[in-house]
Design a protein around this ligand. Sequence first.
Ligand code: HEC
Length: 145
Amino acid sequence: MRHLAAALTLFLCISFFSAAQETRPAPKTAYYPVPVKAAREPNPVKPTPESIAQGKKIYSYDCASCHGVTGDGKSDVAKDLKMPDLTDPARLKDRTDGEIFYILKTGHGDMPPEGDRVKTEQLWDLVNYVRSLARKPAADQKPPS
Ligand code: HEC
């Protein structure tokens, strides 16, 4: 019984805080936290070659202008912005797919929101593509000579 009460209290706290977070307007600072609910959203689209190819297409016209064709953040537009290097494997390592989805959907700091420009499923394709940009640490590093 005590366990049940404790679990219930915990549940109520969590619902209260996530509800509070949803109604709070997003602060205009870089890297404001992603709501917990959005961060936990599972990616319903498997990172198949088809999904990644779809994501790449959208990336090439909506994202490459800032993030660069390879995702390294070296583009003309980006000179005045603090661009993250999406090819750095450490960059998105600790982010969930749900967080990346949320960032793409709502924008982040100087990054404009994708909003309703693309369908939900296409945005997950984009998440899969963004994940594929990270360099594979071992594969493309030359062995020491
Ligand atoms: C106007 C230039 C611009 C465009 C267009 C743009 N971004 Fe960004 N993006 C940025 C900037 C600047 C940041 C860093 C944001 C910050 O400081 O909060 C960023 C951040 C990100 C991040 C988060 C990196 C992290 O470490 O959390 C991801 C992922 C991302 N962009 C992917 C995309 C994708 C995919 C698109 C296309 C739908 C896109 N961006 C379009 C400028 C842009």
